[in-house]
Design a protein around this ligand. Structure first.
Ligand code: GTP
Ligand code: SAM
Ligand code: SF4
Ligand code: SF4
Length: 683
């Protein structure tokens, strides 16, 4: 009985390149090719240790990172993005609604001094990179002064002063900014066609941006990062033109997946994914090389060999990078926002202006960081969420009633029964009639107790619409009944927890998603359904926190044939071709495609697939055994089972022209090693 086998081997994850190599790369502008990406989480941990070692003059002792800036998932937040303004001299379609946005009154914006005071506080806690952004940071008249003041924080540990700009006025302002200490520059440019620029940004100015870019290169910024939001039907055919720019220029062109924000008319079809972009580029440059990414990089780096510059992909939508997130944001009006896609904000401006002690301020910051969720809600949930415009991601937080009355947040808290629970959740109980109030710029869930129906929902949506305030989820205890606007509501201001009967059915959330996680109802963690979210929708379990370990799995299947068909297979006389070879290849390909076939299965780097087929004349059977290995965060039993099952189906397919009397039997897992729950060997 002969076994016929085909094997697929690929090299395991490169783990031997240690912390030293990574750190060297951070200091250098010379791109380094790598074979596979290592986990950003591990790299982040090691690098922040390296930094703390470096920042300690004794050189040996490791200082713990500030607990105020460390979240419950162990992420150290050493990168602060400060929005200097909500204003902008462009109107990019993907960022700002056509009608523009309401601006916060000047007195509510952070002053120069307040920006610097907050920056100093964060730097004293370990922030080593500050990015100035907006709106358009260059429209702020005191931008050079702010950079100069930030430059004085270098002695406290600030290493990088960065800016993201549309570069419209950069040519004129950059020399001063450079002198003041700006040492990293990201320029946004989505097209190389001037007329298209006007279409995308609704303003003229492409030539000025190009002049700004040239000025940056001239002043020695290396690389200058060029941000390009890729949109289908708009600029995706320019991807290769952008890559071509990296041949001679010290550019890092970063292709950004188009993200949904309110008013930007995002839809899934307009988004060009990282993989699609890669495919496009590889068609022209097949030898495109993957480079090593920094531990907290938002982009995945590549280069064309021999080119001076490089490129990157910001994959916020298709492959989020929340596991290594080290970013916090301060909005133009002084709110701390711990996540780009989160809606919880706390006003540092008000705390500063109330002359609260530094210690209190740190406690407030620490509490907000402590509430940061593990990751954003996932591509499709974000897309379903109403989110505010990107330009207002850093905006104000007035409070409105559903009648349109505008309150300040502090008034609101006094007037209404805002309850802060010890677990950090905030709820308000209000009557929808007359006094229901909602926070704008907040996505929240609403839970109506009593006889409320979709008409209430419609009413609320109308009341909230246009005020940067959105109803994300609507729960009612009753699905029938009259519309009653005097029902008692519970509005979840922080987009936090509710429980209804339907949710209890699905109380399996592990509380990690930013959007709408629901607490288990008296259940233990073990009782949770890990593959559904609070609405019952399917979700993949996050395995980002797990260590990479060597894992193997083997599975088997049998195809029972009739004697005549068995003989045809054995003698390789089947008209369709060589049954065993085709089935082996099918099994291997299936293993590699498992994550595309099994909905909640992870896409993991397979290092080996081996499918063997054995003919058993005594039973007229084809016995199939698959073996799969990986070094990864989750096991490969589904890959092994899929390989065996698809190889068996292929045997059937190759033979079905002769007879349909074929049984596929006994698909099962033979063994599994390397998982957290121990090895398995079928007895
Ligand atoms: N999901 C997510 N995406 C972010 C975040 N910050 C920036 N981005 C994405 O990265 C794009 C470019 O942002 P930039 O302002 O250039 O900042 P950056 O990517 O942090 O820049 P570097 O510091 O040079 O790495 C944005 O348009 C977003 O798509 C974040 O905190 N979360
Ligand atoms: C909001 S802008 C602020 C800084 C500056 N005005 C600029 O355009 O560079 C920061 C970055 O966000 C990006 N951005 C804005 N809206 C986006 C969206 N819907 N999807 C992806 N990136 C977006 C911009 O391209 C820019 O690179
Ligand atoms: S992306 Fe930048 S330049 Fe464009 S509208 Fe938004 S803030 Fe302005
Ligand atoms: S979505 Fe939130 S958690 Fe994820 S990388 Fe962005 S800021 Fe960090």
């Amino acid at each position: 009985m002969a076994w016929r086998g085909l094997k697929l081997y690929s090299s395991p994850a490169v783990s031997s390149l240690g912390c030293l190599a990574r750190f060297t790369r951070l200091q250098s502008s010379v791109p380094e090719p790598v074979e596979e990406e290592e986990t950003r989480e591990n790299a982040q941990k090691e690098t922040s240790v390296a930094r703390r070692k470096k920042s300690n003059f004794a050189g040996e002792e490791i200082r713990p990172f500030s607990s105020f800036l460390t979240d419950t998932f162990g992420r150290n937040h050493d990168y602060l993005r400060i929005s200097l303004t909500e204003r902008c001299n462009l109107r990019c379609q993907y960022c700002m609604p056509e009608a523009g946005v309401d601006l916060t009154p000047k007195q509510k914006l952070l002053s120069t001094e307040e920006v610097v005071t907050l920056a100093r506080l964060f730097v004293s806690q370990g922030v080593n990179k500050i990015r100035l952004t907006g709106g358009e940071p260059l429209v702020r008249p005191d931008v050079v002064d702010i950079v100069s003041e930030l430059n004085k924080l270098r002695s406290l540990g600030l290493e990088t002063i960065a800016m993201t700009t549309n570069a419209l006025t950069l040519k004129r302002k950059l020399p001063q900014l450079h002198k003041a200490g700006l040492n990293l520059l990201n320029i946004s440019l989505d097209t190389l066609v001037p007329a298209k620029f006007e279409f995308i940004t609704r303003r003229k100015g492409w030539e000025k941006v190009m002049e700004g870019l040239e000025k940056a290169l001239e002043l020695g910024y290396n690389p200058v990062k060029l941000n390009c939001v890729v949109m289908r039907g708009v600029n995706e055919e320019e991807i290769c033109d952008f890559v071509a720019m990296t041949e001679k220029k010290a550019l890092d062109v970063r292709f950004i997946e188009y993200m949904p924000f309110d008013g930007n008319k995002w839809n899934h079809n307009k988004m060009v994914t990282y993989q699609e972009m890669l495919d496009t580029i590889r068609q022209r440059w097949p030898d495109l090389e993957k480079m090593r990414d920094g531990p907290n990089d938002t982009s995945k780096a590549y280069r064309v060999p021999g080119f001076r510059g490089q490129m990157g992909f910001v994959t916020s939508m298709s492959e989020h990078f929340c596991g290594s997130c080290n970013r916090l944001r301060i909005t133009a009006d002084g709110n701390l926002k711990v996540c780009l896609f989160g809606n919880s904000e706390v006003s540092l401006r008000d705390t500063l202006r109330a002359r609260t002690s530094e210690e209190e301020l740190l406690k407030i910051i620490g509490a907000a960081v402590g509430r940061k969720k593990k990751q954003h809600a996932g591509m499709f949930n974000i897309a379903k969420m109403k989110n505010r415009p990107m330009i207002l991601i850093d905006s104000h937080q007035d409070v409105i009633s559903h009648e349109g009355k505008i309150h300040t947040k502090s008034n609101f808290e006094e007037e209404h029964n805002l309850i802060s629970h010890s677990n950090g959740l905030q709820w308000v109980t209000a009557k929808t009639k007359g006094s229901g109030c909602f926070l704008p710029n907040t996505i929240f869930h609403l839970y109506i107790q009593g006889r409320s129906t979709c008409r209430v929902k419609g009413f609320l949506e109308r009341a909230l619409g246009g005020r940067n305030c959105w109803l994300q989820q609507f729960y009612s205890t009753s699905i029938h009944g009259a519309c009653r606007l005097d029902s008692s509501c519970i509005v979840d201001l922080q987009n936090n927890k509710h429980q209804t009967r339907s949710e209890r059915k699905f109380s399996g959330s592990d509380g990690t998603a930013e959007n709408g996680d629901v607490p288990a109802v008296g259940g233990s963690r073990e009782a949770h359904l890990t593959h559904t979210d609070e609405t019952g929708a399917a979700k993949m379990v996050d395995v980002g926190h797990k260590d990479n370990t060597r894992r193997t799995a083997s599975a088997a299947a049998a195809v029972m044939l009739s004697a005549d068909v068995f003989a045809l297979v054995k003698d390789n006389k089947m008209k369709k071709g060589d049954v065993l070879t085709v089935a082996q290849l099918a099994g291997i390909m299936a293993a590699k495609n498992t994550s595309n076939l099994i909905p909640l299965c992870h896409n993991i780097p397979i290092s080996k697939v081996d499918v063997q087929l054995r003919l058993d004349p005594s039973q007229h059977a084809v016995h199939i055994v698959s073996e799969v290995s990986t070094t990864g965060k989750t096991g490969v039993e589904m890959e092994a089972l899929t390989a065996a099952a698809v190889a068996a189906l292929t045997v059937y397919d190759m033979c079905k022209a002769v007879t349909h009397d074929i049984n596929i039997d006994n698909i099962h897992l033979v063994s599994k090693t390397g998982g957290q729950r121990g090895d398995f060997h079928k007895s």
